[in-house]
Design a protein around this ligand. Structure first.
Ligand code: SF4
Length: 402
């Protein structure tokens, strides 16, 4: 109920009113006779940060922590919403995408993961290349424009399995963008083939790779990784691989896991590391904050992140990542209801239709298996915003106005 009121409040603020606030802030008009102080209380405790935003000063680590720990949630959302609007106006993006998880067999077995299984375990599976290609062709026939392909770190599959998969999908469904394999998988391929990461990425780019998803980033803190995924590549290596991809002209996304054991400082440091790399390369498209789902993991006792924590994390990400254009509200991880609210806390992308997601659902996500295009449009229109179907590179395919 309380969150509904928050959403309604933001929707009642027009862009002109927001600009007027900035004007008043810049001209120190608050409290002066005749000045419009109507919305002043919303900034309570966040005036200095708002002042920095109005003066186009970059927010720092201390600001990030202050925002994450503020009890003025309404003010935080207001600032993030203003920033979102300044970047992409009334547009909220989604795409017609599908997931293929080719295998859940994984030799790394991170504590945070409910998806990975040992080879031969009950419930373990590995799709043949033909099965993967047939599924991709079926998705393409349904109008899917992007296929997201990730799996575990399989102990036995040969390198040719992965490469042939990409080549064959590209042959049979050339119109579809392939967003394939996380940095953890590319790191594994480079080790398997004993070649550099640049060589591996070049091979996949030539085979038809379009884009690299943001998975494997979790939280870059060595302390956090040692506890939740000690066998996975380091945060430093993740950043190196994404740097290489950007330098080769392969765009990527970045994930951020929250709601597990990370401190507020570690969460902000993760964002700052991404902002630093983006300053260098401009190769990131979107940040995807993903809430930890404890069911069937080694951390089942950890309570799931609240809706409020999700909204705060998304808003802080929007404000700290001043060089990222898109922040996703990934409805699979947060629930469609919270994702919709996040569109007023700085998010401007709902991800997509997401046919056949397995990773979050294995960890107990109660969100539906997919959202129809019509459901996504309705979620956006209820906020008075424009639904924009995009391709992988954020080219506008169609705009549906409320
Ligand atoms: S998160 Fe990835 S690397 Fe870790 S166990 Fe799961 S599938 Fe394997």
């Amino acid at each position: 109920m309380c969150l509904t009121l928050i959403v309604l409040f933001y929707c009642s603020l027009s862009f002109l009113e927001i600009q007027e606030l900035c004007y008043n802030r810049n001209n120190n008009n608050y409290g002066k006779e005749g000045s419009d102080v109507e919305f002043d209380p919303i900034l309570n405790g966040l005036e200095d940060i708002y002042g920095k935003m109005c003066n186009e000063q970059r927010l720092n680590r201390k600001d990030g922590l202050q925002l994450l720990q503020t009890t003025n949630v309404l003010g935080l959302g207001y600032l993030a919403n203003e920033r979102r609007h300044a970047l992409t106006g009334d547009q909220v993006f989604f795409n017609n995408n599908a997931h293929i998880n080719y295998s859940n067999v994984c030799k790394v077995r991170c504590g945070l993961c409910a998806f990975g299984k040992d080879l031969g375990d009950k419930g373990s599976y590995t799709m043949s290349i033909e099965e993967v290609v047939a599924k991709a062709v079926q998705f393409a026939a349904q109008g899917v424009t992007e296929i997201h392909i990730v799996g575990g770190i399989h102990p036995e599959l040969p390198f040719s399995y992965y490469l042939d998969m990409i080549r064959k999908i590209k042959e049979r469904a050339p119109q579809v963008s392939l967003k394939a394999f996380t940095a953890a998988e590319y790191d594994f391929f480079a080790q398997m083939e004993k070649v550099s990461i640049v060589e591996i990425l070049t091979t996949f780019k030539d085979a038809g790779l379009s884009f690299i998803p943001g998975g494997g980033a979790e939280n870059f803190s060595p302390r956090v990784r040692e506890i939740i995924c000690p066998g996975k590549l380091s945060g430093k290596r993740w950043l190196e691989i994404h740097r290489s991809a950007h330098q080769m002209g392969i765009p990527t996304n970045a994930n951020m896991l929250y709601g597990l054991i990370e401190t507020d400082e570690e969460l902000i440091d993760h964002l700052l590391a991404l902002r630093g790399l983006q300053d260098e390369t401009q190769g990131f498209y979107a940040l995807i904050p993903t809430a930890f789902h404890p069911q069937n993991t080694k951390f089942e006792e950890v309570p799931q992140a609240s809706a409020l924590r999700t909204l705060k994390v998304i808003a802080v990400a929007r404000l700290i990542l001043d060089n990222f254009r898109y922040i996703k509200a990934y409805w699979v991880s947060t629930s469609p209801q919270v994702a919709q609210m996040a569109l007023t806390f700085g998010a401007n992308d709902l991800d997509g239709v997401v046919r056949e997601e397995k990773i979050y659902h294995t960890a107990g996500a109660t969100s539906p298996q997919m959202q129809s295009e019509q459901q996504l449009i309705q979620m956006i229109h209820e906020l008075g915003l424009e639904a924009v179907e995009r391709d992988t590179y954020y080219h506008v395919l169609k705009t549906i106005r409320p």
